[in-house]
Design a protein around this ligand. Structure first.
Ligand code: FDA
Length: 394
């Protein structure tokens, strides 16, 4: 097969990180080709944030990322932070709002973010080739990428095909495999920002609560998040659980405080004092969602007015509410994970340029790298920052 295209750089993956790398390099006069097996660019951007793309977080800081090297993300984030992506968003007339906790969303649609990236790529003369299946990559004098629709050559290659989450949307281990092929290490991968599942014994009483949401403090190891938790048919989800899932390892316990910010025993004793004639479920519904209050009362309180329930029993229920310790059976896996924890080892990359230390011209960006953000726009911010760092270096 003859060579279809000679360029200065080939970017594998037309997602957030790949498009950012391509536009930054293209606008510096580099001839860039982006290859992707999908028929559409930026598919994960399109479904992100419920279709409104939580494109960054104002509280971005390296502490909001998990990585084998907690300092690795600092350099790229310092040089392309939330204000830089906001400047681009503003230049394209995309209206946005802060939802909560520094999370910035489009007012309209995530489609505007993809359109912005494609317009910036066009301004840099980037050649985007979709529906191209990558058959193999070889190195040596530059890089040679063989696809089902031709051969592409360039002295620089950017691995930007993301992580393993949501395979049905085209996620693949291509970047990890190519990194290994070129001698880079890949750290253990696991689903992150993912719902957790419960065993049959817990599901027996929680399954009927599917759809109930409440404010909790979730803890695992040293990590703690106070956000909403949602009961599901298979276990637990909601922001608090997604956040803590990134720190969870199979077999490990998590602790949930279902009445955070107060002394649960004191709250129950005071509620009894104020309404001694009501039944337990009615008392609990004063500060917990009704269906959850009902389930808790059925499990932990006798069927009689709370005035007749001893403080010892209430204190015991207080302890249950303040510290529900459970060991999840598992997670819902890569099929439901928003991101992948682990990836191309940061020790093998320059934190300034994302270039492989031992393979000149090879770069890795975005979710393919062992940098995983919290929920709330941090993962896109990492994609923008790492992509931009590589795009400036090519
Ligand atoms: P990304 O996965 O975006 O792009 C990789 C590209 O490579 C894709 O275009 C894919 O088709 C292509 N590719 C993969 N394998 C290939 C192969 N073998 N050959 C050729 N091409 C290949 N984050 C956030 O900050 N805010 C949010 O609101 C959300 N919301 C959200 C919702 C949902 C449902 C998910 C699944 C994820 C999020 N995220 C998020 C996470 C965010 O989407 C993710 O971190 C970034 O998309 C990562 O960007 P990348 O460019 O690294 O990979």
């Amino acid at each position: 097969m003859s060579v279809t295209s000679d360029a200065d750089a080939i970017v594998l993956g037309a997602g957030a990180a790949g498009l950012m790398a391509a536009l930054a390099a293209g606008q510096r006069g580099r001839r860039v080709v982006v290859l992707d097996h999908a028929a559409e660019a930026g598919r994960k951007i399109l479904i992100s944030g419920g279709g409104r793309c939580n494109f960054t977080n104002l509280d971005t800081d390296a502490g909001r990322f998990l990585s084998g090297n907690p300092h690795f993300a600092k350099s790229a984030l310092a040089r392309f932070g939330p204000s830089d992506i906001l400047e681009m968003i503003g230049r394209h007339g995309i209206a946005w709002h802060e939802k909560t906790l520094g999370q910035l969303f489009c007012d309209g649609s995530a489609r505007q973010v993809v359109a912005m990236l494609l317009a910036e790529c066009a301004a840099g003369g980037v050649d985007i080739r979709l529906s191209h299946r990558i058959m193999g990559v070889t190195g040596g004098e530059g890089f040679r990428v063989e696809t089902d629709r031709g051969i592409f050559r360039a002295p620089s290659l950017v691995l930007a095909t993301g992580g393993l989450s949501i395979p049905r949307m085209g996620a693949s281990g291509l970047s990890h495999g190519l990194a290994r092929q070129f001698g880079l290490c890949v750290t253990a991968t696991a689903p992150a920002l993912v719902p957790l599942t419960l065993d049959a014994a817990e599901l027996e009483w929680t399954r009927e609560l599917a759809g109930v949401s409440l404010d909790v403090l979730a803890q695992c190891g040293g990590a703690r998040f106070r956000e909403a938790m949602l009961f599901t048919h298979r276990g637990l989800s909601g922001p608090a659980i997604l956040q803590i899932s990134s720190y969870w390892e199979p077999g490990r316990a998590i602790s949930l405080n279902l009445l955070p910010g107060c002394d649960a025993g004191a709250v129950l004793r005071e509620a009894k004092r104020q309404r001694p004639r009501v039944e337990g479920r009615t008392m609990l519904a004063g500060f917990l969602p009704q269906r959850f209050a009902q389930a808790m009362a059925a499990r932990h309180l006798p069927e009689r007015p709370v005035g007749d329930v001893s403080d010892t029993v209430l204190n015991r229920l207080g302890q249950v509410l303040a510290g529900w310790n459970l060991t999840p059976a598992g997670s819902e896996g890569f099929a439901k994970a928003e991101v992948t924890r682990g990836g191309i080892d940061t020790r093998d990359l320059s934190s300034r340029t994302m270039e492989a230390r031992t393979v000149p011209g090879l770069y890795a960006v975005g979710e393919a790298v062992d940098v995983t953000g919290w929920l709330g726009g941090y993962n896109f911010q990492w994609a923008w920052a790492s992509g931009h760092a590589a795009g400036r270096a090519i």
